[in-house]
Ligand binder design. Sequence first.
Ligand code: ES4
Ligand code: ZN
Length: 293
Amino acid sequence: MDLVDALPKAELHVHLEGTLEPEQMMYLAQRNNVLDQIPYDSVEEVRKAYDFKDLQSFLDLYYAGCAVLLEQQDFYDLTWAYLERAHAEGVVHVEPFFDPQTHTQRNVPFGTAVKGVHAALKDAEAKWGMTSGIIICFLRHLGPEAALECLEEALLFKDMIMGVGLDSTEIGWPNKLFTEAFTRAKAEGFRLVAHAGEEGPAENVHQALALGVQRVDHGIHSLEDPDLLKQLAERRMPLTLCPLSNLKLKVYDGELQERMQELFGLGNLCITVNSDDPAYFGGYMSLQLTTEL
Ligand code: ES4
Ligand code: ZN
């Protein structure tokens, strides 16, 4: 483990809301006087609830936990706690996601969230030389109009945001619905990424490529389409895999190890290993590299 921790690493797929540890959730709930807004009374209860059957059963709890994030300082503290852990595990560069709509929907201003996150990233750069760039993700389940509204708000904080992504529910919300938002984001100079082929089919990875993404987040279901695999290899298109996440959300239940081996075994793909929602899936970067699936 010490050797793994010591290796310099880039974290390219981590949701900051997914780094909210149960202890910090309870602490912030008390600090903000919103204990009644989360479905738990204790840290133990939070941990006990983390038993997921699929992506949606996880997302329901993940969004519920966000109720404790209200002030700019909360977003700073959340991000800083993550960065301290990441630094201890040898992360030297991070491109974290957060979901502005999860917060603006609860009447937390866009700026409150992004300023808190950005300030912590800047402090990590000053303290450790850790480099970073924020990626805001549109929530697929809120639809394309809401994504465009989110992008409009993002333009007001353009200097703090490197890219846009797409996450949340995959089945029933295909990536092609978001073509307009991605076209606009590209025209504004944002980098583009999207979750695709996590629970959904290889077709959704094709749709991510059509959006003009520079990375595919997850993409494990690309395995189902040999032509797609060929394209990904030829274009050196990175896949940000998250093995522990796939394990906990029962993607390829029972045969994840084999599927991962198949992907790595191709030998020609550009694959990175990442932690996704480490507070919910039980492990940060180093554990991804040392856990048997
Ligand atoms: C997510 Cl694991 C996963 N998949 C899709 N969207 C997400 N948002 C946070 N974690
Ligand atoms: Zn993710």
